[in-house]
Write a protein that binds this ligand. Sequence first.
Ligand code: ATP
Ligand code: MG
Length: 403
Amino acid sequence: MTAAPARRIAIPEWLTAPSLQHLLDLLGPARFVGGAVRDTLLERKVGDLDLATPLTPDAVIQRLEAGGVRVIPTGLAHGTVTAVLDHRSVEITTLRRDVETDGRHAVVAFTDDWAEDAARRDLTMNALYLDRAGDVWDPLGTGIADALAGRVRFVGDAGARIEEDALRILRFYRFQAHYGRMPIDPEIRLACCRRAKLLGQLSGERIRVELLKLLQAEDPLPSLTALVEDAIWRKLGLPEPVALNRLARLLRHDPEPDALRRLASLLKSGVTETVMRLRLSNDEAERLHALVEWTLPEWDAGPIAHHRALYERGRRGYRDLALLAVARGRDPGPLADHIAMAASWPIPSLPIRGRDLVSLGMSPGPAISETLRRVESWWAEGDFTADRDACLAEAGRLLATAT
Ligand code: ATP
Ligand code: MG
């Protein structure tokens, strides 16, 4: 079945990088696999590079070190090492077959059989291999056709493959969002839905990666809608109700595939639960809280109120809130003007500091920041026009009335 390559393609630009060629010289038998092959075939931007090889990890390490390539044993137990090249790193994994799986961890054995390696991959469009000559190998026979047709399906029986690794449920909806050009196969949906409870055992980190990648698709709505309808969202432990209509409105007005902004549009409450379940970083958590919990003044609240919101939330924060206001149903008419204002209005900084208050006779301590806050608030109410002298005068006035 795999004796001959399925097709030959023009050698892609990324493959010609000298450091990559050197790596291939050292490795000998190796083929790119997964995303790089799929995306090359579909003429999409290629992200990270994965290589598959029949060599054992020890042999890979030996050859690379002998050739002066830095290699890190990132996942030796799974047969993966990482080669560090000039501008990128490449994961190199020994061909494997599954020996045992418990839904989270697989015990693997190394093999030199490309078809066995293909059989343990998740989706047919991800079980494609490309060698340095430009030959694409499709050991399962349907990967190329499925990728080109936008038919996202599991390698083998969906239910069995999900039971081996429940993350594949999320990967399925993620790839459907990015590559699907056909309605989701109802049998696959049923297989995912029936096994959704297995998602409870997955770590937040793994869920986070797949869900945020799903949200970055050009149009994540159809796949996400299916995911919610199939009770996957609920079984992930994420809060309901899910405001899919808000995401739909956001997508109409927001050209950027910003996963967190899209996630925020879906949430009516439950930010803390979401942050915990997805193990978001502190920065992401802070942003998500702000996105869900803040609202912008009404469009017609006047420039002072809007300048103030921009001053407080920063350019990106203001833009986020403006887009989310529209997602939540506000008139989209004034959006463009407000976004343009947020991009161009020079955000001022308060012309006085704590040491100025000390010069006015205040002793260092918490009262200083409190007074600065009051001056800042007064300055903002005046549309940030008061200069340093006027701010000092206001500080003096506050001090005089306080004593
Ligand atoms: P991208 O990197 O663009 O997100 P990818 O297809 O390269 O897409 P990776 O997560 O980098 O996805 O995984 C690389 C390859 O490893 C996949 O294409 C697939 O063949 C295999 N793979 C990854 N995760 C699983 C899994 N849970 N079960 C089976 N095979 C998997
Ligand atoms: Mg990849």
